[in-house]
Design a binder for this molecule. Sequence first.
Ligand SMILES: NC(=O)c1ccc[n+]([C@@H]2O[C@H](COP(=O)([O-])OP(=O)(O)OC[C@H]3O[C@@H](n4cnc5c(N)ncnc54)[C@H](OP(=O)(O)O)[C@@H]3O)[C@@H](O)[C@H]2O)c1
Ligand SMILES: [Zn+2]
Length: 418
Amino acid sequence: MPTVQSGWKKNDGIAVLCPEEHLRGIFLPSHARFVNGAEETCPFRMTSTQISQDMRYMKLALALAKKGKGKVSPNPMVGCVIVNNGEVVGKGHHEFFGGPHAEVNALREAGDKAGGSTLYVTLEPCNHFGKTPPCTDAIIKAGVSRVVAAVRDPNPKMKGRGLERLKRKSIEVSEGILAEEARRVNSSYFKMRRYRGRKVIIKFAMSIDGKIATRTGDSKWISSNTSREYVHRLRTDVDAVIVGANTALRDDPGLTSHGMGRNPVRIVIDPRLKVPLNRRVFDGTAPTIVFHSSTNTKGKLTALRKRRILAVRLHQRNDKIKFQDIIARLNDYSIFKVLIEGGGETIASVLEAGVVTDILVFISPKIIGGKSAITPVEGLGVAEVKNALQLLDTNVRKIGTDFLLHARVARPKQEGRG
Ligand SMILES: NC(=O)c1ccc[n+]([C@@H]2O[C@H](COP(=O)([O-])OP(=O)(O)OC[C@H]3O[C@@H](n4cnc5c(N)ncnc54)[C@H](OP(=O)(O)O)[C@@H]3O)[C@@H](O)[C@H]2O)c1
Ligand SMILES: [Zn+2]
């Protein structure tokens, strides 16, 4: 007996995907495993015919996934194929941000034929309530017998839980088929750094006397062209940008990257749904979410839904939606890096929540003046300087005719939750 304690060896006759290797997406022929000296056949055993079939359908699913390119970010592109008795009975992909998931679209097409079928999906089915109910529910309900997933969802909230749930319901689960390709399709989604730390960046442009608009609310433009271009580029690097209702209403920003790259998801905090539909955030050029607290909204909600805008209701406490609640919800949507673009009330409320990690300030050599002109951080403010929020690692550079100050926020507190 060799002295191998654990490892894999070739086991002729059966082709298998070993769990360790296939988690890394490497496709291997047959294996057996030594566990503490004893030989064990890989539990993920499959015949070669099955594997080549699985690869064929997974390829089709990946091709479907790619149809979502540019429409679902920062969510992953996902494709799904349902096969029953060698016949493709359903196909679907995640078509747009906030829309039904690939599995749901494919199950809808398959109808009754989903019973007893094999479902191929390029990413582990979700098992939590995000923008839509969990896909695992739909798969179980439809009576699918086998699920083949290319890769697990890297989101720590998910990782393996969807597949575990299916197994518990006696659905056969295989994973690892074309895993490398599936990861490549969604390479930015798989960049693990995204899950290590959340970034909440505040950004504003102010005059040298600390105003972000005039007393009439005019703010076009406080900063230089170069600074604004920098912001357009910055938007390609974040998952979402957030503005308050007054900014969306008054300034009517498009919040896109102006053709510099991928557009972020646009988010408006609009508790009473007061921002009219003719504002640019609702023009459909990029995915949009509205966080609101309104109950009497039937007509407006239908109109938003028609434009594929996601309206999410969150409770208000003391007349405010807690930013912690907003950030928690964004996690579910794979939004981890956000840029808060004002105005003053919104910035005050995100700072109060203690979730900010970075601050970017464009300081323009202009003087606006006016006691009633809005400042970058409105709200109540602190009563004593000793309680002021301390910034760290400050760094200033010249950008066009402006100065750009970057700083980190001392400690993103978590208190106040609950
Ligand atoms: N220079 C710059 O960089 C810059 C950037 C953006 C904006 N601005 C200027 O800033 C001005 C607007 O600033 P602002 O302070 O009046 O408004 P704002 O921050 O744009 O919007 C505030 C409103 O958004 C809603 N909101 C925000 N956070 C909320 C929360 N946590 N919970 C519940 N509701 C929340 C509330 O809507 P309700 O009112 O419905 O309760 C609140 O009144 C404009 O004049 C604009 O030009 C300048
Ligand atoms: Zn799903």
